[in-house]
Ligand binder design. Structure first.
Ligand code: GYE
Length: 330
């Protein structure tokens, strides 16, 4: 075991040396090219992972839009790990890409690597998720949704839906990846909205890491510990879908015995909503590719871009999901 791992490490190190050497050579010839007016833009993109239907749709959108815009895309999947993203960004810097874009898995801990990109003169675009860096000059812009608003819209619907309830309404919450912008912000927006009715109480709240398996497993625990769950608020469709399995296995009817509110509106989520298993979804659009490529081109050309670009989104009830489903692209 040990020898094999060592061998693998040596091969990996050797490959890195080869790669770096190759890239350095490439970088040199690139410098020669720039004067020639060949405007081939290279974009390094570090993706969070492949944790959800949202993420899969987001990755497809980015890859398709890069091809469409004739931008050379260097794509890295960080498998939900910040250290992998930092490594990918450092590789992009070493490879002297023109622009770096990434969707930060968590909000904090980016200052050092962002400073390295800035010092190398490579502009950075935040896509989908935000960072909490105080120094806003470390990136050019942030393209993505308003997650607080998504949480608030979910909470407002619930307040309306439970208006006639006389007693306590017990809510369980499946949070997204701990420390991520969407988990922090959706939690905040939802809590603010439901504070309008003191009957609405979050009795348990835990991370399911934005995955179906995580949602199922945590919901099983919730159901064991709490016999009277009225509502589930899941930070994304996938965790909600995992929870539906746990609820059904516990002999309850999702969407009836337990009201389910989620965020994203990917196809499987919309299907669950149309089928009556979910009750409400606040949309979060993953189709960021075309806007991202537009920004890459503008920034590469030295144009000014707005510091914040918000995605346009809506919400869906069961009836609206039935209508929208046939035309859904993801
Ligand atoms: O809601 C979730 C995904 O960052 C907005 O990440 C994104 C979230 C999305 O895993 O499904």
């Amino acid at each position: 075991m040990r020898t094999r791992r060592t061998a693998r490490t040596i091969i990996a190190a050797f490959a890195t040396v080869l790669l770096t050497g190759g890239v350095a050579a490439c970088g040199n010839s690139d410098t020669g090219d720039t004067g020639g007016g060949d405007d081939n833009i290279v974009l390094g993109f570090s993706q969070v992972g492949a944790e959800s239907g949202w993420r899969t749709a987001n990755t497809s959108s980015i890859k398709a839009a890069a091809a469409e815009a004739s931008i050379e895309l260097k794509f890295d999947d960080a498998q939900q790990k910040q250290e992998n993203q930092i490594r990918a960004i450092r590789n992009f810097i070493q490879q002297k890409v023109d622009v770096i874009a990434f969707s930060p898995v968590v909000e904090s801990g980016w200052d050092t690597v962002l400073k390295e990109a800035k010092d190398a003169g490579i502009p950075v675009i935040l896509t989908d998720r935000a960072v909490d860096s105080a120094d806003k000059t470390l990136y050019k812009t942030f393209l993505g949704s308003d997650f607080v608003k998504e949480g608030r819209l979910s909470g407002e619907w619930l307040v309306e839906h439970t208006r006639s309830a006389t007693g306590p309404v017990n809510i369980v919450e499946l949070q997204g990846t701990t420390g991520s912008a969407p988990a922090n912000d959706r939690k905040k927006g939802f809590a603010e909205a439901i504070s309008a009715n003191p009957n609405l109480k979050i009795i348990a709240s835990q991370s399911g890491d934005f995955t179906r398996a995580g949602g199922k497993q945590v919901m099983e625990q919730f159901l064991k510990a709490n016999p009277d769950i009225d509502v589930l608020f899941a930070h994304n469709d996938d965790m909600g879908l995992g929870a539906v399995e746990a609820i059904t296995a516990a002999g309850k009817t999702p969407g009836k015995d337990i009201v389910i509110v989620t965020i994203d509106a990917v196809k499987d989520g919309m299907q669950a909503l149309a089928d009556g298993k979910f009750n409400f979804i606040a949309e979060c659009s993953p189709l960021l590719g075309p806007q991202l490529m537009d920004l890459v081109k503008k920034i590469h050309a030295g144009e000014q871009v707005p510091a914040r670009i918000e995605t346009e989104e809506t919400t869906f009830t069961q009836e609206q999901a039935k209508e929208a489903l046939p035309n859904r692209k993801y």
